[in-house]
Design a protein around this ligand. Structure first.
Ligand SMILES: C[S@@+](CC[C@H](N)C(=O)[O-])C[C@H]1O[C@@H](n2cnc3c(N)ncnc32)[C@H](O)[C@@H]1O
Length: 312
């Protein structure tokens, strides 16, 4: 006789058991909308932290939630792919989106995240200068016509690139060294309803991804603040698959009429960019210079060549 523990039945039974409780179903529905801490979830559901933690543990054990640590905080979310994601989303499809309990939870979550983001905006964060008009349209133009596939945004900051391109990517992750910026990015992704995207703490000089992990890498307004921009591009090229594309958005070195340079550090010249890309083994395919104010912006696409073509 075959035991159910050896078949595909078991994970489904475990999933049903895990959500057979109103509090756990509510937590699952909330974690389908982004990456949330126990504290945030406790605030939303209005239950004690030990109770919420116990329920989260059961949902994780059933494979319906993933957990990861960021400094002193532990985040929960629906798995990004695989059987757990299928089961969790399948179960949630059985519940009406306008269910009054879940709607109330969603509204409370929005308020909790908005409050967090507002607190952070009051701190001395550097989200970069507002993107000049016309830049986003040019980015979309340049990246069109080819699938974005799996996307990595380096120095994701407010998650701007993820919001602009992530919706067309099969998956997208943003990395940033600043935990505060990540909290802001999560709040922005949540507000935009982009729950299939994720952000993680990481250092752009030592990315925790294997060689050739992504089809698209984006770097937006980061290089002019970097101490070693050439190293950032080398890491970006390493994690790109052969044939993958790097999108670079950067201010060019030109002072505005008042003699100020882009914030954070010296801006960059086109020659420097070309040199760093070539050093990283990337081939430039497109380059557009926009006479934006207060500083000109360059939008450039470079490709990691396939090994055989590079040799040729
Ligand atoms: C000017 S902001 C980029 C803005 C972002 N692209 C956006 O539009 O919201 C530069 C970002 O790079 C991040 N950063 C700086 N050094 C880093 C490092 N070593 N690794 C990863 N991110 C870093 C900063 O925390 C900041 O969020």
């Amino acid at each position: 006789m075959i035991s159910t523990t050896q078949t595909s039945i078991q994970p489904v039974l475990e999933a049903f058991k895990a959500v057979a409780d109103p509090s756990r179903l509510r937590l699952l529905a909330l974690c389908a909308r982004g990456e949330l801490t126990v504290t945030e979830l406790t605030e939303v559901v209005g239950q004690s932290q030990p109770r919420v933690s116990r329920n989260l543990k059961l949902l994780c054990a059933a494979g319906l939630l993933d957990r990861f640590r960021e400094q002193n905080w532990v985040y929960y979310r629906i798995p990004l792919g695989g059987r757990g994601a299928e089961l969790a989303r399948g179960l949630l499809r059985l519940v009406r989106a306008d269910d009054p309990v879940l709607r109330l939870d969603r509204e409370r979550l929005e308020r909790v995240l908005a409050r967090r983001a507002a607190q952070l905006r009051g701190q001395a964060l550097d989200p970069g200068v507002p993107t000049p008009a016309g830049v986003d349209a040019r980015i979309i133009d340049l990246m069109a016509g080819e699938a974005l596939g799996e996307l990595l945004d380096i120095g994701t900051g407010t998650g701007r690139m993820l919001r602009l391109l992530g919706v067309d990517a099969s998956s997208a992750v943003g990395i940033d060294i600043s935990r505060e910026m990540l909290v802001l990015a999560r709040a922005n992704l949540h507000a935009a309803g982009l729950d299939h995207l994720s952000v993680r703490q990481g250092n752009m000089y030592q990315l925790r991804f294997a060689d050739g992990s992504f089809d698209t890498v984006t770097i937006d307004q980061v290089l002019h603040q970097a101490e070693q921009p050439a190293e950032v591009l080398r890491e970006a090229a390493r994690v790109l698959r052969p044939g993958g594309r790097l999108l670079l958005v950067e201010y060019l070195s030109a002072a505005d009429p008042a003699g100020r340079s882009p914030p954070g550090a010296a801006a960059i010249s086109l020659d420097q960019l070309a040199h760093w890309c070539a050093e990283a083994g990337l081939r430039r395919e497109a380059l557009d210079q926009l006479p934006a104010r207060p500083w000109p912006v360059v939008v450039s696409v470079a490709r990691r060549p396939h090994a055989d073509r590079a040799a040729a």
